[in-house]
Design a protein around this ligand. Structure first.
Ligand SMILES: [Zn+2]
Length: 340
């Protein structure tokens, strides 16, 4: 099969890879209908995470079950399925509590390389969720978004305790931040402040339900949020970047007693204990337990009440994966969809 492989920072090639096979009885192999490049794929692409050997890329997937192991009972060949970037058994106490991304038997899907024609998904029963019949082709981008960016933005909003009528600030205007705006709207937020300085992204944020745009960042951004909330700060803040600056911006934008949901993968973030102590805010974050939200998200996409597929502003054949990375790295694209 064909698949995208990163050889070094800045060097992604679509090349011949071995066809995935069932290794464990709990595995499934799926034929991808669509896959995509993630903002987190840019960390190694930019050399911020090391690339020590040729690495199959991609952890977002939607497609049709091709084959299942002998122990798989919840999905069958021919089913259209979506799963999270973290495979989970669905049965341990952590999964049962809704934190499937930290399952006691968790297995990241990424090392199997979802930017490809086929993908082996471990722990298929706990991981994959089938759609209600074959989806219309125009729904596939949205379903693919549910695999990570929508599920992650949604978790950010849930972790930030977004509630009807509350004021929500979103730090970060990548795909996750934009879809966190959409999640906040769906969860009934009264006011949604998107922090973005890029015009096309501001436009999408407004389409997804943002009521206000703040272009300032850092301390100036915090001051703007305070000004807009009677000096209090937002009830809920979603952090979707993962840098020191964005994390502090998020914590400082929340009011005492408020909630911060942080879903940007932290890179070099260090929290000052004394400031945190006196901030008196709730913090919850981590790799999103996307699996918790998938059945609900799939239904919302199927009944067309949400269209998260709009985050894909570039569609390329899988063979041009390298251009997808380049376009996202240069911020010419929010998110690139790859067609196997
Ligand atoms: Zn588990």
């Amino acid at each position: 099969m064909r698949g995208a492989v990163m050889h070094a920072p800045g060097d992604v090639r679509t090349e011949q890879r071995d066809d995935p096979k069932i290794i464990h009885p709990t595995d499934a192999v799926i034929r991808l209908a669509a896959t995509c490049v993630c903002g987190s794929d840019l960390w190694p692409y930019r050399g911020i995470e090391p690339v020590t050997r040729p690495t199959p890329m991609g952890h977002e997937y939607a497609g049709v079950v091709e084959e299942t192991g002998s122990g798989v009972t919840s999905v069958k060949p021919g089913d259209f399925v979506i799963g999270s970037f973290m495979a989970s058994d669905g049965t341990c106490e952590i999964c049962q509590a809704g934190y499937q991304s930290r399952c006691a038997h968790v297995e990241p899907v990424g090392p199997n390389g979802a930017q490809a024609e086929y993908l082996r998904v471990p722990l298929a029963d706990g991981t994959l969720v089938a759609t209600h019949g074959q989806p219309d082709p125009d729904l596939i981008p949205g379903l693919l978004a549910a695999s990570d960016v929508l599920g992650t933005g949604w978790f950010g909003a849930v972790a930030a305790e977004v509630r009807p009528g509350k004021t929500v600030a979103v730090v970060g205007d990548g795909a996750v931040g934009l879809l966190a705006v959409l999640a906040a709207r769906e969860l009934g937020a009264g006011r949604i402040i998107a922090m973005s300085r890029h015009e096309p992204r501001q436009k999408l944020a407004l389409e997804f339900g943002a009521t206000d745009i703040v272009t300032e960042r850092g301390d100036e951004g915090v001051a703007r949020i305070k000004e807009m909330t009677g000096g209090y700060g937002a009830h809920s803040v979603i952090e979707a970047v993962g840098t020191q600056e964005s994390m502090m911006q998020a914590i400082r934008s929340a009011r005492p007693g408020g909630h911060v949901g942080y879903v940007g993968v932290a890179h070099g973030v260090q929290l000052p204990g004394e400031e945190l102590f006196f901030a008196e805010v709730h913090l919850l974050g981590g790799p999103a337990p996307v699996r918790r939200f998938l059945p609900d998200l799939i239904s919302r996409i199927e009944n067309r009440s949400i269209d998260p597929g709009k985050v894909f502003d570039l569609t390329l054949p899988l063979d041009q994966a390298a251009e997808g990375y380049r376009a996202m790295d240069e911020r010419r694209a929010v998110k690139a969809l790859l067609q196997p």
